[in-house]
Design a protein around this ligand. Structure first.
Ligand SMILES: [Zn+2]
Length: 158
């Protein structure tokens, strides 16, 4: 699996003989250990008790991934495309623009609390993508709206 970096891992934990979550000594206790990631210092695998520590890590990771998907609005369409049908429908783009902005606010919150390299990179790619689509959508909406005093509104609603 390779994967997830564990920072600030030292001593027995870095040697792979102690749980990186609870610190249990695999040599002294009868514990089933599973690799849960690696130490970025030397790229060696690090381990956790199969139960409950590894499961807890997996659940945390899944919850974080779900939070990021939700923050990113990845459950709905997120990038303008042909199937974003009335391509030039202002309301559609306005709604999508608001979603982009919510996503950016969500990634800001996550960025400020995350120190995991994989997570940071994921969040930064989300930020780049949504900032770009937000710009496009803002320009589309701008281009299709007029200043209030452009030509005396017929609906007089303001
Ligand atoms: Zn443990």
């Amino acid at each position: 699996m390779g994967g997830r970096p564990f920072y600030n891992v030292t001593g027995p934990q870095a040697d792979g003989v102690a749980c990186v979550v609870c610190g249990a000594d695999f040599l002294a206790d009868k514990i089933t250990a599973v690799a849960v990631g690696r130490n970025p210092v030397d790229d060696a695998s690090v381990y956790a008790c199969k139960e409950p520590c590894a499961r807890q890590l997996a659940e945390d990771a899944e919850r974080m991934a779900q939070e990021m998907r939700t923050a990113a609005g990845l459950d709905d369409a997120d990038v303008p495309s042909e199937r974003d049908d009335p391509v030039f429908c202002v309301d559609g783009h306005f709604g999508s623009l608001l979603r982009d902005l919510r996503t950016l606010a969500g990634t800001e919150a996550l960025l400020s609390t995350s120190d995991d390299n994989t997570t940071l990179r994921f969040l930064l790619s989300l930020t780049a993508r949504h900032a770009e689509t937000a710009m496009m959508r803002a320009r589309l909406v701008l281009a299709r709206t007029k200043p209030d005093d452009a030509d005396g509104g017929t609906d007089g609603d303001d």
